[in-house]
Design a protein around this ligand. Structure first.
Ligand SMILES: CC(C)(COP(=O)(O)OP(=O)(O)OC[C@H]1O[C@@H](n2cnc3c(N)ncnc32)[C@H](O)[C@@H]1OP(=O)(O)O)[C@@H](O)C(=O)NCCC(=O)NCCS
Length: 221
């Protein structure tokens, strides 16, 4: 996630998260809960703002991504924006939680690059206390399945700053293919950084799913 596509200037009045009891199979109405063995991904809620602010605004998490909101209130506006974009059918943002704990410890985002989600871009950020624990990989597998099976994406792009060792390593181990370097394409703290453009195609992902999905269920709430 080199682009967290929230912009304060796009703010509109906050609307509240749909109640959890709402039953819908349409992700535009409410995102499904994606259950892995140790990780559950769910819709963001306004109440996630304090934990996301605490975990995603540290220097080590944010140094290679577009600047996150700078306050709890900013995260509340970001969360409200994610819900509006999801409702409009152009974007989905999942909170990362550990099974049995409701606290949001990170996010996965998928945004449409063109009408109808044929091509999309994904991004992610997880609190550094959870790096190297398998949380990313399990969450990423769930998001990829949602992206290719539910959204029907054909081509999924990602960008990672060349200097972002963990970001590049994370994408590579999910099967993303390096396509090119986008020179000086991310401004961070007054410096322009080169980014690697990655892609995963639906056919690549489908070819790898037989071994990847034996135990994971995709549950719609
Ligand atoms: C990106 C992120 C979600 C990945 O989660 P994570 O738990 O760190 O990822 P993992 O540990 O599962 O995978 C990272 C891989 O990169 C490897 N890696 C770590 N440092 C590396 C480096 N300097 N160079 C190359 N690879 C590196 C790790 O060894 C690991 O591979 P392995 O599991 O095969 O050993 C997390 O690091 C994060 O939130 N970073 C800050 C936000 C960010 O940069 N997001 C944008 C990513 S494009």
């Amino acid at each position: 996630m080199e682009k967290m596509p929230y912009r304060a200037e796009l703010d509109a009045p906050v609307f509240t998260t749909p109640p959890a009891e709402v039953i819908s199979s349409d992700w535009r109405q409410t995102l499904p809960v994606l259950n892995g063995d140790r990780v559950a991904l769910r819709e963001l809620r306004a109440s996630d703002a304090p934990s996301l602010f605490a975990l995603l605004t540290t220097e080590e998490v944010s140094r290679f991504i577009s600047p996150p909101p700078t306050s709890v209130e900013g995260f509340e506006r970001f969360i409200a924006w994610t819900l509006r974009q999801r409702h409009a059918g152009s974007y989905a943002c999942f909170a990362v939680t550990l099974k049995g704990f409701d606290t949001a410890i990170g996010i996965f985002q998928v945004r449409s690059l063109e009408a109808g989600f044929d091509a999309a871009e994904w991004g992610f950020a997880i609190g550094s206390a959870f790096w190297g624990t398998g949380v990313f990989q399990e969450g990423a597998e769930l998001v990829l399945r949602f992206t290719f099976e539910t959204l029907g994406v054909h081509r999924l792009e990602a960008r990672a700053a060349v200097k972002n060792g963990r970001g590049n390593g994370a994408l590579l181990k999910m099967g993303a293919v390096q396509e090119c370097v986008m020179r000086k394409s991310l401004e961070r703290n007054g410096t322009y950084l080169d980014q690697v453009l990655y892609s995963i195609l639906d056919e690549d992902w489908r070819a790898s799913t037989d071994v990847r999905w034996p135990d994971v269920t995709l549950r719609v709430h």
